[in-house]
Structure formats: C-alpha cells, structure tokens
Design a protein. Structure first.
Length: 314
C-alpha cells in the first residue's frame, strides 16, 4: 500500500507559519503567537507564511480574515508568500482521507458527545471541565477494512482514525522540553471528518503543513495536546515531522486562556502608536529583554531589536 508523500518540489530551508481562524479579530493571545512565529522565522533567516484556517465554517465571521491581515500588516508582520485558505484545499484533505482508508485505518462512527459521556460514566470515567473525552471505541469494528468510495462519502457519520495498541508519541518541544502522550490511553481513536462533512483541524493542519513544506511550527501552548495526534498522522501518511515550539499563553483575570469564545478584546492597531504598544505587550509576554522603549521608536526598529533578542535553540 502506497503512502502519500511530501510534494517533491518543496523549497529547502526554514519555513514557518501563522495560522489563525477567522472567528474574529486578533486579540493579545493571538498576537503573541503571531509575533513569536514571525520572530523565529526572521531570526533563522526563514520564510513566514500566513494560512487562514477557515474549515469550521459555522464559526467563521465574514471579513474577519481581511481584518486579521490588516492587523498583522499594521504591526509590521509581513508574510513572504501569498496567503492561503484551508477552504480552498478540500481536495487535499479528501485525498489524505482516502489514503488512510486504503491503509485500513478508518471507520465510521455514529456516537454523539452525549453517548460518549454516558459510556464513559458507565465505566466510572469522569471527564473534568475543559478536558477532552477519551473515545471508548464504541463504534470500532472488530476487523478494520477499507471502505468503498460511496461509503466514505457518507457525511451522516463521523470518520475516526483507528489507533494501534499503546500508541505512545514522544517528541522534544523546543520551548518545553521532552513531551510524551499515549494516544490510545489518553485520547482514543479520534475524528478526521465530522458527521456534518467538515474535515477536522487535526487532519487539515497536517496536510497543509506538508503541502507548504513547513519545517518549524511555533504556536500557543493550548495546541500542545494536539501535537501527538498530528505527529501520528504525519507518520502514517509518510510526511516529514516539523519541529515544534509552544509559547506561553496569555490568560485573562480568571486564569482562562484568552479566546474569541470568552470575548477577548481585539488588539488596537488603528495607529502605529497603538500597534507598537500591542507589540511591546506581546514581546514582554514572550520574555524579550532590553528592547527599545522610547516614544520615537518605529515599529520596524522595534521588530529588528526584537528579532535580535529572540533566542533560538536550533
């Protein structure tokens, strides 16, 4: 059985990316992720790409992608290639799904969150607040197989990736050190296409990173728990695994991660003075030291100093 391979013509060298979802404008937390990934690319003489992750269409806000781009440009965070949108890459995700089906690693699932929670409760397993439910394998068949094209096109069911026994993933995070997760025990078989026909973040991000030749991923620590899943998909599809660096989260007054769901305030970038003030707050959160704080400093001058202050571990 053949595996999908990385496109043969990908350029060599450092390639990073910032991949926001257009569910609203950038807030302080997303600016930290954007700045950290931009600085890492610049310090390493690499390229920085902008990808709009608009797969979850019910949550996307019209015009938010343009607003995000305008905010980034106002902060001097220019990208090096044309912006891309996940919604334009449906064929690539479908091909990856078909490849996994050929490898007999998929199966359909009719479970709702409620039925999963009930099954776990019956087994004495309680899922805490903001904690992911471990899939108990309710719909997993005794014998995995390949499904026909007609079966695979069924959008009334979710499609899960079947994990091998004791699937443990270890990796070295460039900021947080050694990481380990047993996907079988801590996650369970996870969904790659939802029962509404939408591809999940886990599959799409892996395909996108491979197609764009991404070598280094710098993002918020809230995505750390997704990394093992993405690395497993990369391994199965024969994709190269990028380096990962997870940045400290910006928290609100309740100790919760800033997010659009919790109505985080958007950054102010209408003037250069406002944009620089937002950058300075993001730089402070990233631990950058000895940056110029004068009133006459331009954004370009500040970004140059921030790039020089950025520490790399590779």
């Amino acid at each position: 059985m053949s595996k999908l391979k990385n496109p043969p013509s990908q350029p060599v060298g450092y390639r990073g990316r910032f991949a926001p979802s257009p569910t609203g404008p950038l807030h302080a937390g997303s600016l930290v992720a954007a700045l950290g990934s931009w600085l890492d690319a610049r310090k390493n003489g690499g390229r920085w790409l902008l990808r709009i992750e608009d797969l979850d269409t019910p949550r996307c806000i019209p015009g938010a992608d343009q607003q995000i781009q305008a905010q980034l440009l106002a902060c001097g965070l220019n990208w090096d290639e044309e912006s891309s949108w996940q919604s334009e890459r449906q064929d690539g995700y479908q091909k990856a799904l078909e490849a996994l089906n050929t490898l007999q690693l998929l199966y359909p699932c009719s479970c709702s969150r409620q039925t999963i929670a009930q099954t776990l409760a019956q087994r004495g397993i309680q899922t805490g607040r903001n904690q992911e439910m471990i899939y108990p394998g309710t719909c997993r068949p005794a014998q995995l197989k390949s499904y026909s094209s007609n079966e695979l096109e069924n959008t009334q069911l979710a499609w899960r990736l079947a994990l091998p026994p004791n699937c443990e993933i270890t990796f070295e995070d460039l900021a947080l050190g050694s990481q380990k997760q047993n996907l079988t025990q801590e996650v369970g078989d996870f969904v790659l296409r939802r029962n509404d026909g939408l591809f999940t973040y886990q599959l799409a991000v892996v395909v996108d990173d491979a197609l764009q030749g991404i070598t280094h991923i710098v993002r918020g620590a809230d995505l750390l728990s997704n990394t093992a899943r993405q690395m497993h998909i990369q391994n199965v599809l024969g994709f190269k695994t990028p380096s990962y660096r997870h940045l400290p989260l910006v928290l609100d007054e309740h100790g919760e991660k800033l997010s659009k769901q919790t109505l985080a305030t958007q950054i102010q970038t209408q003037t250069a003075k406002e944009a620089l003030a937002e950058l300075r707050k993001a730089g402070k959160h990233l631990g950058l030291k000895d940056l110029p704080d004068g009133e006459n400093i331009t954004i370009s001058e500040w970004l140059l100093a921030a790039t020089q202050a950025w520490e790399v571990d590779y």
